[in-house]
Design a protein around this ligand. Structure first.
Ligand SMILES: NC(=O)c1ccc[n+]([C@@H]2O[C@H](COP(=O)([O-])OP(=O)(O)OC[C@H]3O[C@@H](n4cnc5c(N)ncnc54)[C@H](OP(=O)(O)O)[C@@H]3O)[C@@H](O)[C@H]2O)c1
Length: 230
């Protein structure tokens, strides 16, 4: 049994990872606005807003075998309508928050034989899409952070990143709010489907576990083929 920490375990992809991990492992999770009501055994949850100036990180277990950072946003607008503050706020949520959590978790991760960190990017970093300048800027930084940290933390800690295309979670609600929108988004993908939280959680489970023990510094594209196939 291993020890994992899931930042943002109360919704979408983080919830699917948390639930799957808790079937076999000790899992600590955090929530922000939606406190989970029913918890699997061997798990605990704690309030965390990564935008707060001072976090209370006392909930981080003494030893950690893996960490997943899920908070993110998808704000889509023409570039000229974003303000400088929008970029700063988005960076704080998606990047600085991850940096602070990883720094606070390092002493615990270093106690593992081999620990694994999983971060999240988006298909819109490798590919240029209209109206994605905000999310692509922050997630581009996450991809850079993934590679830099994978070098700095090897060989004890592996660092990888998952870059999904549109996935059916509360974060994507406005894009997938009707059956017609879901179908149109599915049809844009060569595999004719949108992602499910479980699709992404399956890949995260692989990256967190021993079966990926020779993989670090990678960006795993889970995108129904849209990033590669024309
Ligand atoms: N869904 C997609 O289509 C998609 C596509 C590409 C990339 N991604 C990336 O995948 C990751 C997971 O996305 P998701 O769709 O599962 O998102 P989600 O459903 O919105 O879940 C985000 C999680 O982060 C927590 N969170 C939000 N703001 C926070 C804050 N300020 N401090 C601490 N925790 C906070 C939320 O907590 P509460 O619910 O308790 O507030 C929730 O548990 C994100 O990084 C996202 O950018 C998603």
């Amino acid at each position: 049994m291993k020890n994992y920490l899931v930042i943002g375990c109360s919704s979408g992809i983080g919830q699917a990872i948390f639930t799957t991990l808790a079937q076999e492992h000790q899992v600590t999770g955090t929530y922000y606005k939606n406190q989970p009501q029913k918890l699997p055994s061997k798990s605990s949850v704690h309030y965390l807003n990564v935008l707060d100036e001072d976090f209370d990180f006392s909930f981080i277990p003494e030893k950690l075998d893996g960490l997943v950072y899920c908070p993110g946003s998808i704000q889509l607008k023409p570039f000229h309508r974003f303000k400088e503050e929008d970029f700063i706020k988005d960076f704080q949520l998606q990047v600085t928050g991850a940096v602070k959590v990883i720094q606070a978790s390092l002493p615990s991760l270093k106690k593992s034989e081999q620990a694994s960190i999983v971060l999240f990017s988006t298909v819109a970093v490798q590919n240029g899409f209209n109206f994605h300048s905000l999310v692509s800027s922050s997630k581009g930084a996450i991809e850079g952070l993934t590679r830099a940290l994978s070098a700095e933390l090897a060989p004890k800690i592996r660092v990888n990143c998952i870059a999904p295309s549109i996935t059916d979670t509360p974060l994507a609600h406005s894009i997938l709010s009707t059956p017609e929108k879901k179908e149109a988004n599915a049809q844009r993908h060569p595999l004719k489907d949108i992602g499910s939280p479980e699709d992404i959680a399956n890949a995260a489970m692989f990256l967190l576990g021993d079966k990926s023990k020779w993989i670090t510094g990678q960006i795993l594209h889970l995108d129904g083929g849209i990033g590669t196939i024309r």
